[in-house]
Unconditional design. Structure first.
Length: 206
């Protein structure tokens, strides 16, 4: 599988062979769904918490006397049906993380990448490096490449100037190869890889 390499001006600078075991798989919705659920679950903090009757601040004293008030009888002010009382069956501190086999995670990442190839939304560039931090220059590049939603993936590290230049551009994000994940790939229309990223991915996923 061969694809053209272009520069930021949209001009062809060469070609690169892609490993079909990574870039040529048939995507499966069930695998991708499992990984997205796994990622989103693992990202949850689990710090939600409410106070029960025994934890909420307040006295255990009876709200008012049992008889001769004309009101319905009540017990403690901290009971769940009272304003300011405890909460019953509310959320508690918990770990939302779920397990997913490493083979499934690896397969899902390959399928997400392959889905961009199948859609015709994979672009290979020679490099993401920029000499200065300039958002206007990146906007011009995106216009040349006709990109309005894209995930750029660099090699082992990401060019600092490029990363800062895209910080204020909506729907444009960048990651080093080690940070590449299914959720971010699927959230963007286009996947833009550098030549170094392709080599690093083939080393990581082959």
């Amino acid at each position: 599988m061969r694809i053209d390499i272009i520069n930021f001006e949209g001009k062809k600078t060469g070609t690169i062979d892609l490993n079909p075991a990574i870039f040529g798989l048939e995507p499966r919705a069930d695998i991708l769904h499992r990984i997205v659920v796994w990622q989103r679950a693992n990202a949850r903090a689990g710090t939600h918490l409410v106070k029960t009757v025994s934890e909420v601040a307040g006295s255990g004293k009876k709200a008012f006397k049992q008889k001769k008030t004309g009101r319905a009888r009540q017990g403690e002010k901290t009971n769940v049906h009272m304003r300011g009382g405890g909460v019953v069956h509310g959320p508690v501190l918990r770990d939302h993380k779920i397990d997913l086999p490493k083979k499934i995670r690896s397969l899902g990442l390959k399928m997400a990448i392959s889905s961009k190839v199948k859609e015709g939304n994979l672009i290979i560039i020679d490099s993401e490096k920029m000499s200065t931090i300039k958002t206007a220059n990146v906007v011009k590049v995106l216009k040349n490449m006709k990109l309005d939603s894209a995930l750029f993936v660099g090699g082992d590290s990401l060019d600092t100037n490029f990363k800062k230049s895209i910080a204020n551009i909506a729907n444009i994000n960048a990651l080093p190869t080690i940070g590449l994940n299914v959720l971010d790939i699927l959230k963007h229309k286009n996947l833009v890889l550098t030549a170094d990223a392709v080599k690093a991915m083939e080393k990581r996923l082959a």
